[in-house]
Design a protein around this ligand. Sequence first.
Ligand code: IVH
Length: 673
Amino acid sequence: MAAPDPAERVEQLRAEIEYHNERYFLDDAPEIADAEYDALMRELRELEAAHPELVTPSSLTQRPGGAATTTFAPVSHVAPMLSLDNAFSREELDAWHDRIVKLVPGPIVFVAEPKLDGLAISLLYEGGRLTRAATRGDGVTGEDVTPNVATIAAIPERLTGKAVPDRLEVRGEIFMPLASFEELNRRQGEADDRLFANPRNAAAGSLRQKDAKVTASRDLDFFAYQLGVQEGGPKLRSHHETLAWIAELGLPVNEHTEQLDAIDGVYDFCARMLDHRHSFGYEIDGTVVKVDDLGQRDEMGTTSRAPRWAIAYKFPPEEKTTVLRGIFVSIGRTGRATPFAQLEPVFVGGSTVGLATLHNQDEVARKDVRLGDTVIVRKAGDVIPEVVGPVLAKRKKGARKWVFPKECPACGATLVRLEGEADHHCVNVECPEQRVQRIVYFAGRGAMDIEGLGEERVRQFVDAGLLADVADIYALTVEGLVPLERMAQKSAENLVAGIEASKARGLARVLVGLNIRHLGPTAAQAVARAKGDLAAIEVAPVEELTAVDGVGPVIAQSVQRFFSIADNRALVDKLRAAGVDLTSSTAAPAAEGPLLGMTFVLTGGLEALSREQAQAEIEARGGKVTSSVSKKTSYVVVGENPGSKLAKAESLKVTILDEAAFVDLLDNGPSGD
Ligand code: IVH
């Protein structure tokens, strides 16, 4: 048999290899073994070596590393994928505005959008089908990541709608929702794999996978924000028309997009987005302000780097690097021993951070931060500052691993870590630090809300022998306080008045303040309301507590166990004798109203309403408030510094309301859509 023509054989091999790439990447179903695949690649490589004239830049062998399974093919962008110029202040935004108004006659209308913190992607649709997806790369040449992008549910394989164009390049951002990021890092941690520093790194790492199956397992999301090449379809005149058409074609566009006709409104939008940046369920690092009119855009043009018609208004960074000076352990009100980092103070996320949590032993081990390391610190909104990890390139020689201390730093008792638990505990009930923290918690905003009784004061009073338990607070007198350091007559009077006022906070807050395991504010409210008086709760058997709506067996048992301990009952007697109101007068939920049958979960602090007020408003309209998010939850109301409930709501696709939307719902009822 005559040897085949090399050019023909090369063609044949390329087609065959592409075919197997698709089976492997797109279908998750390879038809040949890796070794056979490698043999095809080898033959192609040898033929190309013998016939260099057959090599093309896009040949499979020309990809760095050589094999399609290990690298990505380069893609030349039809039009370069530009970057954006940045503005970091109102002044810089105004300066941009001043520049562009000079470039065109007539008024300018803007469209402002969140700046998604992910990675830019170019999607090419031909005949309505996704034929190629490319990363931005250096803006001129990107990488072909089609098989990986094909696994992202938010990116349609086919365009929909009446006016499907022959050829369309859609640009947008691939990102990882926060809930998915947390879940991914949890899985990585369990498997002892490396953790991703932030959702953007996780998104990039997940997209640039040799094995598209890995990408498929990563739950990436996408929003489109721009068009490139367009052949066919409507003649578009503005950005807002463009976004509407993109949406019609079945591609997701971000809902928090506004058309604005003056720079003041643009700035308000930026300020609002900054306020709400933690309530979206995905990270944004700024806003992008764009000129709406495409004709005006053409007139303004671009520089080689970025368009003149758009600007990124960047939020202050929430991550910075600093030096780790020490690792210590703090003892909480339950005895939990939490390692934390002492840092060279650094301004990040709107405040100066000198301390940051390290959570627990396993977290420190996983992050492997060592004394003297340069570390990345993250402070997102009101969330407690966290050490993300070390910058290994800057590690000093000889830096040693940190070991968890054996003893409680406050009382010297052995720290215990129970099987299956992540935390160490100081199990000494007499531990002075636990005592301080319990009293601080009782006096804190979530419980009795005693103004002027913060951690420093509590520590001082405990040291002075004035406080041994929370009930001792009510024995504090002006005369007793004045002799103490830094305690003027007036502050002593104010403090005692604040203590007096706290007596009337009601049963639910007392229950919270007692620091009963598992009993959060919502369940405490439910128990208080159902039983009416602490005397009834003290003697209630588990079954009776479980019968309370919103109280499960875990909470019920914990409450029952708490009051079975004589010391705790004595403490309650002491509170009662001091005149603390141990009854509940809150009204029961209404049996009708516009929110009847709806369940709410509240997370984070609201500005206009306290938690109790929010709950009362919901209940007055027939709605219910529960403590944990499930598929049955109708709404999750998200305030400042929301907890993990937000992420849970995102993952269960429960409707999320910010404060404004919540107030609107109270005022106008559900809209019915
Ligand atoms: S428009 C030529 N809109 O920001 C300008 N970009 O810093 C095209 N980005 O590479 C970009 N959200 O990855 C635009 N709503 C948005 C965006 C956005 C995030 C990214 C994009 C771009 C980078 C520039």
